[in-house]
Design a binder for this molecule. Structure first.
Ligand SMILES: C[S@@+](CC[C@H](N)C(=O)[O-])C[C@H]1O[C@@H](n2cnc3c(N)ncnc32)[C@H](O)[C@@H]1O
Length: 356
């Protein structure tokens, strides 16, 4: 495989032999500290140079881009969503941008362009401003938005404000070096979900490599209004949906959906089962949710699986996670943890029952 190494900002040389690279790291704005810790565990000398946008950091690493992302190629990281190398930075000037793109494309003619326009933090993470609308923004709009999966090389572009100046950051890498082959890690979905929660389950199934079996029986805790139940039904599972709030009416008409309009605590003593799958997206304290999951474990078949979102709160989300994981380990093996792109202040877990 060709060894693409990022160069110091402003230069274009590829393949490049220097061993310092600048990259743009993307993670959830809620998990920046944990994402930085995660990457620093593999590369302790990483320096965060700037926050370009909520959850988008400019970093410097004393290793090549390939070395930087290698640890995450076999095992998806928990918090990192996307990384790309910076090989060229230009101002928001259309002729410099076109010249830089032409040069990079002449060196990497098969590269696919992925562009992102990063909102700028003007007064803290919540107050964001878009770049001045000009020819450069217009030029990149055709490549902006959720991109299809790329398997070859990607020319990643981010328009972002660094201090007082808007700049265009560009770099070429192999899709498998970027943690995700999608711009910023945002996967496009062909299927329309009735609410945002639905995308969490789709993303979890893909990231965890879970293939649900048609005909299996799922218990969906915190099911309402019902996007997860819908996904499970679309995969051919029968679903027992538990929530004290209302479900979408079309799900109530489905004979393969058994709706139990009550809390998971109240359903537990009367629960049917065993279940092949337990999903839990309950709006509940992470430790309480974990304790309930432990009680529900006896209803999960030994070859079953569970997918759980844990809702976290400040301060010290890491400690809350550690406590919750400790509780869950009483009954489950934690197969994988991922802070999904479609998660907000939460993480998603893939569990298997612990077999004594
Ligand atoms: C984020 S919503 C779930 C969205 C759902 N996964 C979907 O796809 O539409 C959180 C749900 O947790 C439910 N919930 C809150 N406390 C609960 C409890 N103690 N037992 C069961 N469900 C609970 C709420 O009623 C709500 O339906």
């Amino acid at each position: 495989m060709e060894h693409l190494i990022a160069t110091p900002i402003g230069e274009i040389v590829a393949p490049y032999t220097r061993s310092v690279n600048h990259s743009i790291l993307t993670c959830s704005p809620y998990f920046v500290e944990l994402a930085v810790n995660e990457i620093c565990r593999s590369h302790p000398s990483i320096i965060v140079l700037d926050t370009l946008s909520p959850g988008c950091l400019l970093i410097q690493a004393p290793v090549s881009f390939d070395q930087l992302t290698r640890p995450f190629r076999e095992h998806l990281p928990i918090y990192l969503h996307h990384l790309f190398p910076i090989q060229k930075t230009v101002s928001l000037d259309i002729s410099s941008v076109k010249q830089a793109i032409e040069k990079l494309m002449s060196q990497h003619p098969t590269a696919t362009i992925q562009a992102r326009i990063l909102p700028d933090m003007v007064n803290g993470a919540d107050a964001v401003a878009m770049p001045p609308f000009n020819e450069v923004v217009q030029f990149f709009q055709r490549w902006e938005g959720p991109s299809p999966a790329v398997t070859g090389k990607i020319l990643s572009v981010a328009i972002a404000r660094q201090h007082t100046k808007w700049r265009v950051f560009m770099g070429v890498s192999w899709a498998n070096q970027n943690i995700s082959p999608y711009a910023g890690g945002v996967r496009p979905y062909k299927v329309q979900m009735p609410n945002r929660a639905g995308y969490k389950l789709l993303e979890a199934l893909t990231d965890f490599g879970i293939r649900l079996r048609e005909g299996d029986h799922a218990l969906d805790l915190g099911a309402a209004p019902g996007a997860w139940t819908m996904v499970l039904r679309q995969r051919g599972l029968k679903v027992t949906a538990v929530a004290p709030t209302e479900m979408y009416p079309n799900l109530l008409d489905d004979p393969m959906v058994m709706y139990r309009g009550m809390t998971a605590e109240n359903y537990l003593p009367q629960a049917e089962g065993p279940f092949d799958v337990i999903t839990n997206d309950m709006r509940m304290d992470a430790q309480d949710s974990s304790r309930l999951m432990v009680q529900y474990a006896k209803l999960l078949r030994p070859d079953g699986l569970a997918i759980v979102t844990l809702k976290l709160r400040q301060p010290n989300m890491r400690r809350l996670m550690d406590h919750s994981f400790r509780i869950l380990r009483q009954a489950y093996k934690i197969m994988q943890v991922r802070q999904l792109v479609s998660n907000r202040q939460e993480v998603c877990l893939f569990l298997r029952p612990k077999i004594e």
